[in-house]
Design a protein around this ligand. Structure first.
Ligand code: MN
Length: 242
Protein backbone atom coordinates (compact mmCIF):
# COMPACT_ATOMS: atom_id res chain seq x y z
CA UNK A 1 0.00 0.00 0.00
CA UNK A 2 1.62 3.24 -1.10
CA UNK A 3 1.37 6.13 1.26
CA UNK A 4 2.44 9.72 0.82
CA UNK A 5 3.27 12.07 3.64
CA UNK A 6 4.38 15.65 3.03
CA UNK A 7 4.76 14.87 -0.63
CA UNK A 8 7.14 11.99 -0.01
CA UNK A 9 6.48 8.30 -0.14
CA UNK A 10 6.77 6.92 3.34
CA UNK A 11 9.08 4.04 4.04
CA UNK A 12 6.04 2.06 5.09
CA UNK A 13 5.05 1.74 1.44
CA UNK A 14 6.70 -1.61 1.03
CA UNK A 15 6.19 -4.60 -1.17
CA UNK A 16 3.85 -6.94 0.62
CA UNK A 17 2.15 -4.18 2.54
CA UNK A 18 4.42 -4.30 5.56
CA UNK A 19 4.70 -1.39 7.91
CA UNK A 20 7.86 0.40 8.93
CA UNK A 21 8.93 -0.33 12.46
CA UNK A 22 11.63 1.21 14.55
CA UNK A 23 14.26 -1.39 15.19
CA UNK A 24 16.94 -1.82 17.79
CA UNK A 25 20.32 -1.37 16.08
CA UNK A 26 22.85 -4.05 16.84
CA UNK A 27 25.82 -3.05 18.93
CA UNK A 28 28.72 -2.26 16.58
CA UNK A 29 31.02 -4.46 18.73
CA UNK A 30 30.58 -7.38 21.17
CA UNK A 31 29.05 -6.48 24.53
CA UNK A 32 32.29 -7.28 26.33
CA UNK A 33 34.47 -5.29 23.94
CA UNK A 34 34.57 -2.18 26.12
CA UNK A 35 35.79 -4.00 29.23
CA UNK A 36 37.01 -3.01 31.73
CA UNK A 37 35.81 0.57 31.22
CA UNK A 38 32.20 -0.41 30.51
CA UNK A 39 31.36 -3.90 31.74
CA UNK A 40 29.63 -6.53 29.62
CA UNK A 41 26.66 -7.05 31.95
CA UNK A 42 25.87 -3.35 31.92
CA UNK A 43 26.14 -3.33 28.12
CA UNK A 44 23.78 -6.31 27.80
CA UNK A 45 21.16 -4.83 30.10
CA UNK A 46 21.57 -1.34 28.69
CA UNK A 47 21.23 -2.33 25.05
CA UNK A 48 19.07 -5.46 25.18
CA UNK A 49 16.62 -4.22 27.84
CA UNK A 50 16.71 -0.45 28.23
CA UNK A 51 17.24 0.61 24.64
CA UNK A 52 15.02 -2.22 23.37
CA UNK A 53 12.29 -1.02 25.72
CA UNK A 54 12.28 2.45 24.16
CA UNK A 55 12.02 0.97 20.68
CA UNK A 56 9.17 -1.32 21.72
CA UNK A 57 7.26 1.47 23.43
CA UNK A 58 7.75 3.77 20.45
CA UNK A 59 6.33 1.18 18.07
CA UNK A 60 3.47 0.45 20.46
CA UNK A 61 2.38 4.04 20.85
CA UNK A 62 2.41 4.55 17.07
CA UNK A 63 0.26 1.48 16.38
CA UNK A 64 -2.90 3.50 15.90
CA UNK A 65 -1.20 6.33 14.00
CA UNK A 66 -0.28 4.95 10.57
CA UNK A 67 0.62 8.39 9.21
CA UNK A 68 3.48 8.56 11.71
CA UNK A 69 4.77 5.03 11.26
CA UNK A 70 6.91 5.93 8.27
CA UNK A 71 8.75 8.68 10.11
CA UNK A 72 12.20 8.27 11.57
CA UNK A 73 12.63 8.75 15.31
CA UNK A 74 14.61 11.89 14.54
CA UNK A 75 11.80 13.29 12.42
CA UNK A 76 9.35 12.69 15.27
CA UNK A 77 11.59 14.65 17.66
CA UNK A 78 12.06 17.53 15.24
CA UNK A 79 8.33 17.76 14.53
CA UNK A 80 6.96 17.24 18.04
CA UNK A 81 4.47 20.07 17.59
CA UNK A 82 2.81 18.09 14.81
CA UNK A 83 2.24 15.02 17.00
CA UNK A 84 -1.21 14.35 18.43
CA UNK A 85 -1.32 15.73 21.96
CA UNK A 86 -2.42 12.44 23.49
CA UNK A 87 0.74 10.62 22.41
CA UNK A 88 3.23 13.49 22.22
CA UNK A 89 5.00 12.96 25.54
CA UNK A 90 5.30 9.20 25.09
CA UNK A 91 6.61 9.57 21.56
CA UNK A 92 9.17 12.21 22.55
CA UNK A 93 10.49 10.21 25.51
CA UNK A 94 10.84 6.95 23.62
CA UNK A 95 12.05 8.39 20.32
CA UNK A 96 14.58 10.39 22.33
CA UNK A 97 15.72 7.27 24.14
CA UNK A 98 16.06 5.48 20.82
CA UNK A 99 18.02 8.23 19.07
CA UNK A 100 20.27 9.02 22.03
CA UNK A 101 21.22 5.40 22.65
CA UNK A 102 21.83 4.81 18.94
CA UNK A 103 24.32 7.68 19.03
CA UNK A 104 25.82 6.49 22.29
CA UNK A 105 26.77 3.01 21.04
CA UNK A 106 28.51 4.56 18.06
CA UNK A 107 30.33 7.10 20.23
CA UNK A 108 32.34 4.22 21.66
CA UNK A 109 34.72 1.65 20.23
CA UNK A 110 36.95 -1.09 21.59
CA UNK A 111 40.28 0.50 22.48
CA UNK A 112 38.79 3.83 21.41
CA UNK A 113 41.07 6.10 19.49
CA UNK A 114 42.82 7.97 22.27
CA UNK A 115 42.39 11.58 21.33
CA UNK A 116 40.86 13.68 18.57
CA UNK A 117 42.93 14.42 15.51
CA UNK A 118 42.77 16.71 12.53
CA UNK A 119 40.10 19.38 12.27
CA UNK A 120 38.24 18.29 15.40
CA UNK A 121 41.43 18.43 17.46
CA UNK A 122 41.99 21.98 16.23
CA UNK A 123 38.38 22.99 16.96
CA UNK A 124 38.52 21.59 20.51
CA UNK A 125 41.74 23.51 21.16
CA UNK A 126 40.20 26.70 19.79
CA UNK A 127 36.96 26.49 21.75
CA UNK A 128 38.09 24.88 25.04
CA UNK A 129 41.77 25.82 25.27
CA UNK A 130 43.04 22.23 25.27
CA UNK A 131 41.87 18.62 25.08
CA UNK A 132 42.44 18.23 28.82
CA UNK A 133 40.33 21.29 29.62
CA UNK A 134 37.57 20.00 27.33
CA UNK A 135 37.53 16.62 29.11
CA UNK A 136 37.36 18.28 32.52
CA UNK A 137 34.49 20.49 31.35
CA UNK A 138 32.64 17.43 29.99
CA UNK A 139 33.25 15.37 33.15
CA UNK A 140 32.14 18.20 35.43
CA UNK A 141 29.00 18.82 33.38
CA UNK A 142 28.11 15.13 33.35
CA UNK A 143 28.63 14.84 37.10
CA UNK A 144 26.39 17.85 37.70
CA UNK A 145 23.36 16.49 35.83
CA UNK A 146 20.58 16.21 38.41
CA UNK A 147 18.91 12.83 38.08
CA UNK A 148 18.91 11.11 34.69
CA UNK A 149 20.31 12.69 31.55
CA UNK A 150 23.06 12.97 29.00
CA UNK A 151 26.24 14.98 28.51
CA UNK A 152 27.18 16.06 25.00
CA UNK A 153 29.84 17.65 22.87
CA UNK A 154 27.80 19.59 20.32
CA UNK A 155 28.22 22.10 17.57
CA UNK A 156 25.79 24.91 17.02
CA UNK A 157 23.99 24.25 13.75
CA UNK A 158 25.03 27.46 12.04
CA UNK A 159 28.10 27.50 9.83
CA UNK A 160 31.26 27.89 11.90
CA UNK A 161 29.25 27.36 15.06
CA UNK A 162 31.42 26.83 18.11
CA UNK A 163 31.79 23.58 20.00
CA UNK A 164 30.02 23.46 23.33
CA UNK A 165 29.49 21.02 26.17
CA UNK A 166 25.84 20.73 27.09
CA UNK A 167 23.63 18.46 29.13
CA UNK A 168 20.07 17.31 28.61
CA UNK A 169 17.55 15.93 31.05
CA UNK A 170 15.74 12.62 30.60
CA UNK A 171 16.04 11.73 26.92
CA UNK A 172 15.96 15.27 25.56
CA UNK A 173 18.17 15.87 22.55
CA UNK A 174 20.38 18.81 21.51
CA UNK A 175 18.79 18.58 18.06
CA UNK A 176 15.69 20.40 19.21
CA UNK A 177 17.85 23.14 20.68
CA UNK A 178 19.62 23.90 17.42
CA UNK A 179 22.76 21.93 18.25
CA UNK A 180 24.30 19.02 16.40
CA UNK A 181 25.71 16.22 18.59
CA UNK A 182 29.27 15.05 17.99
CA UNK A 183 29.83 12.94 21.10
CA UNK A 184 27.61 11.77 23.95
CA UNK A 185 27.81 9.95 27.24
CA UNK A 186 24.82 8.51 29.10
CA UNK A 187 24.67 9.50 32.77
CA UNK A 188 21.49 7.64 33.68
CA UNK A 189 22.27 5.33 36.60
CA UNK A 190 21.54 2.29 34.41
CA UNK A 191 24.65 3.21 32.39
CA UNK A 192 27.09 2.74 35.24
CA UNK A 193 25.55 1.58 38.53
CA UNK A 194 26.51 -2.11 38.36
CA UNK A 195 30.20 -1.33 38.09
CA UNK A 196 30.60 2.14 39.55
CA UNK A 197 27.63 2.17 41.97
CA UNK A 198 27.00 5.79 42.98
CA UNK A 199 30.36 7.04 41.71
CA UNK A 200 29.26 8.78 38.53
CA UNK A 201 32.43 10.94 38.33
CA UNK A 202 34.54 7.76 38.27
CA UNK A 203 32.43 6.40 35.43
CA UNK A 204 32.80 9.61 33.46
CA UNK A 205 36.53 9.78 34.03
CA UNK A 206 36.94 6.08 33.18
CA UNK A 207 34.97 6.36 29.95
CA UNK A 208 37.50 8.30 27.84
CA UNK A 209 39.57 5.27 26.72
CA UNK A 210 36.60 3.86 24.79
CA UNK A 211 35.61 7.07 22.97
CA UNK A 212 35.65 6.70 19.20
CA UNK A 213 37.17 10.00 18.12
CA UNK A 214 37.06 8.99 14.47
CA UNK A 215 33.28 8.86 14.70
CA UNK A 216 33.21 12.24 16.46
CA UNK A 217 35.38 13.74 13.73
CA UNK A 218 33.17 12.21 11.03
CA UNK A 219 30.19 13.90 12.65
CA UNK A 220 32.09 17.18 12.99
CA UNK A 221 32.88 17.22 9.29
CA UNK A 222 29.17 16.86 8.51
CA UNK A 223 28.00 19.43 10.99
CA UNK A 224 27.97 22.48 8.75
CA UNK A 225 24.59 21.49 7.41
CA UNK A 226 21.58 22.41 9.44
CA UNK A 227 20.76 19.84 12.06
CA UNK A 228 17.38 19.12 10.56
CA UNK A 229 18.65 18.43 7.05
CA UNK A 230 21.49 16.36 8.36
CA UNK A 231 19.33 14.37 10.67
CA UNK A 232 16.51 13.73 8.31
CA UNK A 233 19.11 12.17 6.05
CA UNK A 234 20.87 10.30 8.79
CA UNK A 235 17.73 9.22 10.63
CA UNK A 236 17.03 6.59 8.03
CA UNK A 237 19.27 4.11 9.79
CA UNK A 238 16.80 4.04 12.65
CA UNK A 239 14.05 2.58 10.50
CA UNK A 240 13.90 -0.77 8.87
CA UNK A 241 11.06 -2.51 7.18
CA UNK A 242 9.55 -5.54 8.84
MN1 MN B 1 20.82 4.61 28.80
Amino acid sequence: MDKTIDGRTAVSALPGGGVAMHVLPELPYPADALEPHVDARTMHLHHDKHHAGYVDKLNKVLEDYPALQGKSATWLLLHADELPAEIRTTVIRNAGGHVNHSLFWRAMAPAGSGAPEGVLKDAIKKDFGSFELFKKHFDDAGAAVFGSGWVWLVRAARTDGPLEVMTTSGHETPLTQGCYPLLVNDVWEHAYYLKYENRRPDYLHGWWPVVDWQEAERRFKGSDQTAQQRWEAEGGHLLRAL
